[in-house]
Design a protein around this ligand. Structure first.
Ligand code: ZN
Length: 210
């Protein structure tokens, strides 16, 4: 939703409701963990009233553990905290689940996926940043492909059922390779919203097979 038109959010929400997309992906930025500031709980609570699909909330904020309950109340279905912003990551995952949400970990391009091994069975979704977080419309970082394969083998080795979500620079051109490498969920903000027919672009993305 970072790429949507905030003055006409309802129209974009309706488009997603009527499209083949599965989730709404909401990037919350605080101007500290990342340079940008986006939106917080009040906007999410408003979106929750209109959105008919899963709200996947990606917190790009420092001290995310302070706000877990607030985002649950706002209507988040999935809540991802950054590994780089979480001193007590395992505890945060537990608190997210205790508040009735699926627990996600977001990971920056420079952070090795091996750091996720000991919490992977407690994690529903890994949101892998494939651009540097903080701005929409950036170019995909190619090393992400290897990171997906490495993470997939950790998930398999540990017997986890964690979904791999790719966030940033997803296009109609690289989507098939991402799925083949092991991705389960693709976040496509700019690709969808900058296209002439967003619903059709979603349809094309959904039609791509591994
Ligand atoms: Zn995101």
């Amino acid at each position: 939703m970072l790429s949507s038109n905030f003055l006409n959010l309802e129209a974009d929400i309706e488009m997603i409701n009527n499209s083949e997309a599965d989730w709404f992906h909401l990037d919350v930025m605080d101007g500290r963990f990342v340079p940008n500031i986006t939106f917080g709980m009040p906007i999410i609570a408003q979106m929750k009233k209109k959105a008919k699909k899963t709200l996947d909330v990606h917190l790009m904020i420092v001290e995310p553990e302070k706000y877990i309950e607030d985002f649950a109340k706002a209507g988040a279905d999935i809540l991802s905290v950054h590994i780089e912003a979480s001193t007590h990551l395992h505890r945060s995952l537990q608190v997210i689940k205790a508040n009735g949400m699926k627990a996600g970990i977001a990971i920056n391009p420079h952070t090795p996926v091996s750091l996720l091994a000991d919490v992977i069975t407690d994690t529903d979704v890994v949101c892998m940043m494939s651009v540097n977080p903080g701005f929409g419309g950036q170019k995909f970082i190619p090393n992400t492909m290897q990171k997906i394969r490495d993470l997939k083998s950790i998930i398999t080795q540990r017997g986890a059922s964690t979904l791999i979500e790719i966030d940033g620079g997803v296009t109609l051109d690289n989507a098939a390779d991402l799925l083949r490498a092991g991705a389960d969920v693709l976040v496509a903000g700019n690709t969808v919203f900058s296209s002439p027919d967003p619903a059709d672009t979603i349809k094309k993305l959904k039609a791509i097979e591994k």
